[in-house]
Write a new protein. Structure first.
Length: 301
């Protein structure tokens, strides 16, 4: 369901019916919420990754790799397709929560898909605001990048995973290769004092992780079904490992307020309304989402 789109004037428009349906009804309204969001450039496989996480959450009791489905089973969930044209427009949320155990009480987890950045069909202002919306409100953010980490504004994040797609060399994937790449990127930024302070601070955060994934295979990239049969074996193994780990830990990363208290559904809905109104009413003329969130007109965490 589309949570945030554009109105007839090209301005951001929050769908309050969808918001209420997700966060202000039933058991969710009084329970802690974990909101997982994926950000990154368009056409880099954000929706594809979310759909495998969706498949895992729909089969929480499955053992081994059985949750990944049958070899020829088409990938469904958030709309996606291969090719140069972007599918996701605005911000979409899976309408039903997934209930996960946590240390204190069960958590309602939602998945959120965000329009890719650097879309030529969007103004810079709108693109920045869409990213800022997801960055500020998510409790677990996945930054989906291609081949290596580049200059990115990553501040104001409680939990950050950087997933590097199509990693080529050296052929060491997963968390092991990711942590090496993360430390190399930090060292590179430290050699440029004052140039990227926000990115450096975020990458140094103990909660930041990096995960390297290989090229998925030409049949998968060229196909339209997203089946396991079309994946290269090393990509399938990395995908399973990453999604399994994320599904196991996400319930421990609920959205929290400034006092460190868990945010329940109705409170998160109020925060979303407030922030979306600020985004719609103000012209920021900023170059990055973090500048939007740091401005006086924005809602702080």
């Amino acid at each position: 369901m589309q949570l945030l789109g554009l109105d007839e004037n090209g301005e951001l428009s929050l769908n309050e019916e969808v918001l209420s349906h997700c966060l202000e009804q039933g058991e969710v309204q009084g329970c802690p919420v974990c909101l997982i969001s994926v950000l990154g450039e368009q056409r880099r496989g954000k929706s594809f990754l979310l759909n495998f996480l969706l498949r895992r959450l729909q089969n929480q009791e499955a053992e081994g790799a059985s949750w990944m489905g049958e070899e020829g089973e088409p990938l469904t969930g958030f709309e996606w397709r291969p090719g140069p044209s972007s599918m996701t427009k605005g911000v979409w949320i899976w309408s039903r929560p997934f209930w996960l155990p946590s240390k204190e009480r069960k958590v309602a987890m939602f998945l959120m898909d965000t329009e890719g950045s650097q879309d030529l069909n969007r103004s810079k202002e709108i693109s920045v605001k869409l990213s800022a919306f997801s960055m500020l409100l998510s409790s677990y953010l996945i930054l989906n990048v291609s081949t290596k980490m580049n200059d990115s504004d990553l501040e104001y994040l409680d939990r950050l995973d950087v997933v590097v797609r199509d990693w080529c060399f050296p052929p060491v994937y997963g968390h092991e290769g990711g942590q090496t790449h993360l430390q190399e990127t930090i060292k590179e930024l430290e050699g440029m004092p004052g140039k990227h302070p926000r990115a450096l601070e975020a990458l140094r955060n103990c909660n930041t992780r990096c995960y390297l994934m290989p090229f998925p295979g030409k049949p998968l990239v060229m196909g339209t079904r997203g089946t396991l049969a079309d994946m290269d074996d090393d990509f399938r193994q990395c995908l399973r490992e990453y999604v399994d780990g994320l599904a196991r830990s996400a319930g421990n990363h609920v959205r929290k307020d400034q006092e460190g208290m868990a945010v329940i559904g109705t409170d998160l809905a109020a925060m979303i309304k407030n922030f979306s109104n600020n985004l719609k009413e103000n012209q920021f003329a900023f170059d990055s989402p973090t500048e939007v969130m740091a401005s006086p007109s924005s809602t702080s965490k």
